[in-house]
Design a protein around this ligand. Sequence first.
Ligand code: AKB
Length: 341
Amino acid sequence: MHLMSSPSRRILLTGAAGEIGHGLARALADDPDVKVIAVDLRDPGKSIRKDIDELHMGDICDRGFVDHIVTMHEITEIVHLAALLSTRAEHVPEKAHEVNVDGTFNLLRIAAEQAQSFGRVVKFTVPSSIAVYGLSPQEKALGGKVGLDECLRPVTMYGANKLYCEALGRYYGRHYRSLTSDGPPPIDFRCLRLPGVLAAETKPTGGTSDFVPEMIHAAASGQPYECFVTADTRIPWMTMPECVEATLQLLQADSVAQCVYNVASFSASAGEVEAALKAHFPDLQVTYVPHEGRQAMVHTWPDDVDVSDAVRDWGYTPRWTLQQALEDYIVPAVRRQYAST
Ligand code: AKB
């Protein structure tokens, strides 16, 4: 929380109650030049309240609600995290489209109007996902790193929503009203395509990459874990501190050559994570009972992604291997978490 009267960066943080929202709010809390105006449908809880300046509970699809907040605070940046993740979205695809696409469009439109009325560009940052990929079984079998523009054939509502929002953001950020406008586009759009994200402090819900975070939380709380994908299911990962750090790095970079960047730290299968976790939690018991639909979704996601654009353009550095991530962050943090509950 900041006492300074008018911080020059006024950030609207949507989806503040989610896992990344908590981490970002914490990381921004000590910057006296930043005011965080958090938005979520639900109360983010006590732990985040000390880190934010204001909380507004409401729906990002409600134009009047968002318009009022953006105008009242002369918002300079939007970090838009609110979304329905891939598994949840498959249960309610029309609702997912409303939140993931209409919500994003609403915010982009309001940000563009805000930029035009105050004569300055509004920065807009949003996470995308490896769900934008849709590898065929043959492409998946090849393994290895997939590039930014390869295999973009999402099979899920969430992946389709995210791929479209990447394009929509690129339009607002680079090509807005290209036939009639002679000024710069109103939005500085930046997007991180995230892998599975591993947080020790919070449990994920609604995602299809949840099998590894769920396994970690089961290990730390002494519960057996029934994994909904096969042991050889492999996707790229990063930890929550790395995700927050990369988001801040992208936000703070002066200018960026591309609108969308892949990030990830390591690639690991469910079975490799189980083996690595057993070095810390030898009693962990995992059984593999694949869920046909969720397995099929993850099977279209790459084993790994090419992050070289982010490394070159704004200094992204993957920090940890699986073993280092467990030793340096995940295991100590989950142990603390379960010791205090
Ligand atoms: C999900 O599983 O839906 C997300 C993602 C990979 O974007 N964690």
